[in-house]
Design a protein. Structure first.
Length: 373
């Protein structure tokens, strides 16, 4: 190799190294961030939970549950995970810790539960976490009816300060009109006791025409949910059809309109419904064109300057992290931060960093933190 070629290749290598380093730094409106790749090799990761010992739990849509160490090492898949139908949008979905995890070692998993004749529905299991697997697995919720569809399962899990469990559910695609009925779980948010029983103060427990666990209805496909840091109300976002993605506060007995009202349209074009109707809630914020939202968290730390109490939402379609500033229950400002990969989950870590899961065959766990001065 001649000297000129060697120098050219060396210069190219230095340039690639330089560009790689620059690409890891993100300039945002409020802070300069460093983006670190914590782990790779995850197969379409979906949900993330932080453990007290510094490790993390990550679900993979194919049915695997893994530990991820602080330095990014992946464990072998844990044993004992319930049978999962991993097809289409279904599979192993969310994971959260039981509020008494420190003493019980219990976790919740949401997943696509197979039924007879190619049917399925969203289910939630409570299990005890061990070093190599799960034990004492108990299904505490199973959406009804099961249906032969591979779309719109939801499903985020949230535990409230008063020790109730919210489960967000999708309309299953072809069953969109079920979101307006009261005899199915399709297109609903349900509220449960931690053991899956029905809370005595649920809004419909005295109405024999409504499933007792229903909290709100008229939803399309909720894949983001988080509790407001002050009000403790459940904030959600849901996918719209070719536009009309929404952020809502899921309040008891309220009807969020799908598919009667929507700001989206049929795939390929065509009107679905109208945009407003008495008795149906307008979204707090909406996106057209659709960003395909997934994952959501309120940022409560001061580790990233200027982000306190902002709402963070992942975008599958545009590969972005969307930062929303709030004025009460209104969105006053939106910033889109380019990550460059489909974002499936968004969580604030114990260290004040923001952790992102990327939805791809070689999925990553990314960490956003304030860059060093």
């Amino acid at each position: 190799m001649n000297k000129t070629l060697r120098l050219s290749l060396l210069s190219l290598g230095l340039l690639v190294t330089s560009l790689s380093a620059v690409a890891q730094q993100l300039n945002t409106e409020k802070a300069t961030l460093q983006m670190d790749t914590v782990a790779t090799g995850l197969e379409h990761p979906w949900g993330l939970a932080f453990l007290p010992d510094g490790r993390m739990l990550v679900t993979e849509r194919n049915g695997n549950l893994r530990y991820v160490s602080a330095n990014g090492e992946l464990s072998k898949p844990l044993t004992g995970v319930p049978t999962v139908l991993a097809a289409g949008q279904g599979g192993l979905l969310d994971v959260i810790l039981h509020p008494d995890f420190a003493t019980t070692r219990q976790i919740y998993l949401s997943y696509t539960e197979p039924g007879a004749e190619n049917t399925s529905s969203t289910a939630v299991a409570l299990a005890t976490l061990g070093e190599t697997g799960l034990s004492d697995v108990k299904v505490v919720f199973s959406a009804q009816p099961k249906f032969a569809s591979r779309h719109h399962f939801g499903s985020r899990l949230v535990v409230t300060p008063d020790r109730k469990l919210f489960v967000t559910l999708g309309d299953r695609g072809a069953r969109r009109h079920d979101a307006q009925t009261f005899d199915t779980h399709h297109g609903k948010v349900v509220r449960l006791e931690l053991d899956g029983q029905i809370p005595a103060d649920n809004p419909y427990v005295k109405d024999s025409a409504v499933l007792d666990d229903i909290w709100s209805y008229g939803h399309r496909n909720i894949q983001g949910a988080a509790l407001h840091p002050t009000t403790a109300e459940l904030w959600t976002h849901e996918h719209g059809p070719q536009g009309g993605d929404e952020i809502n506060i899921a309040r008891a007995t309220l009807n969020y309109g799908w598919p009667v009202i929507t700001y989206g349209e049929e795939y390929g074009g065509g009107k679905i419904g109208q945009t407003e109707k008495d008795g149906m809630e307008q979204p707090l914020h909406k996106w057209t064109p659709s960003i395909a939202p997934s994952g959501m968290a309120f940022y409560l730390s001061d580790a990233i300057p200027g982000w306190q109490n902002n709402l963070l939402v992942g975008s599958l379609r545009f590969g972005q992290l969307v930062r929303l500033e709030l004025d009460g229950d209104k969105v006053s400002h939106e910033e889109r931060i380019m990550i460059g990969q489909r974002i499936r989950d968004v969580r604030q870590g114990p260290d004040g960093a923001v952790y992102l899961l990327t939805d791809q065959a070689n999925g990553q766990l990314l960490r956003l933190r304030a860059a060093a001065n």
